[in-house]
Design a protein around this ligand. Structure first.
Ligand SMILES: [Zn+2]
Ligand SMILES: [Zn+2]
Length: 239
């Protein structure tokens, strides 16, 4: 199995990442990645871009150095009722929308609340991917969340960066992958790169996929066609 799409990357616009769109695209090309989602943080995070940034993403070409560019975002989940930090009129225009819990935007709570929040996020037609759901700081009821993703045809992220920055994620990530396999839920793979050199680095994600013997057809990032097919599914859903 080879991953050729990176659905989670950051640029300087995030405020705490260090490479440009061009540098990311070049590095993607070098690392054998055919498609990247630019998913800078939503506006509620300090240092993250203001709304206009998301409204102007269309100035970025759809392809750079032979790498397809998706114009996306990593939203901040702001409460446990499904509130996020970009209005719908912006989300409508984006190509791929991630949402995640960050403790600088939302206070960690109970497993019940985290699960509720994640479920509400997956019900939102404009949101495609629950990002780094393995974070033990925001422990979820994994089976319930994965079943919700199945019901709403959404994607669950396997995040390569989690093993490093979100301590204790490893066990959760394996369990999430196992549940996705069990229920036939598709997964996306994100490097969560905050500098170009990490674009397309999936060593930890590959370990998980191999360990659980994930069927390739459940990993939407293993071919551009698979990813394209999900992207048109999104378009139809929000029409
Ligand atoms: Zn970040
Ligand atoms: Zn994140």
């Amino acid at each position: 199995m080879k991953i050729v799409v990176d659905t989670h990357t950051h640029t300087v616009s995030s405020g705490h990442a260090y490479s440009t769109v061009q540098e990311n695209a070049k590095e993607a090309y070098t690392n054998g990645i055919h498609m990247i989602n630019i998913s800078d943080h939503g506006s509620a995070m300090k240092g993250a871009p203001f709304l206009y940034y998301f409204g102007n993403l269309e100035v970025i070409p759809d392809s750079l150095y032979g790498v397809r560019i998706i114009h996306g975002v990593e939203l901040n989940i702001m409460d446990y009722n499904g509130t996020v930090d970009l209005p719908e009129r912006y989300l409508k225009k984006l190509g791929l929308v991630l949402a995640s819990f960050h403790d600088i935007c939302i206070e960690p709570s109970t497993v019940e609340n985290h699960t509720n929040g994640a479920v509400e996020i997956l019900k939102n037609p404009y949101i495609d991917i629950l990002a780094h759901p393995g974070n033990p700081q925001f422990q979820i009821d994994i089976e319930k969340v994965v079943k919700t993703a199945k019901e709403y045809n959404k994607l669950i992220e396997l995040n390569n960066h989690s093993f490093v920055v979100r301590k204790g994620s490893e066990r959760n990530c394996f369990e999430i992958a196992r549940m996705c396999k069990k229920y036939g839920v598709r997964v996306a793979t994100g490097s969560d790169a905050h500098i170009s050199f990490n674009i397309g680095r999936f060593d930890n994600v590959m370990k998980i996929l191999e360990e659980v013997e994930m069927p390739e057809e459940l990993v939407v990032t293993t071919s551009v066609e698979r990813m394209e097919s999900y992207l048109s599914e999104r378009k139809k859903r929000i029409e």
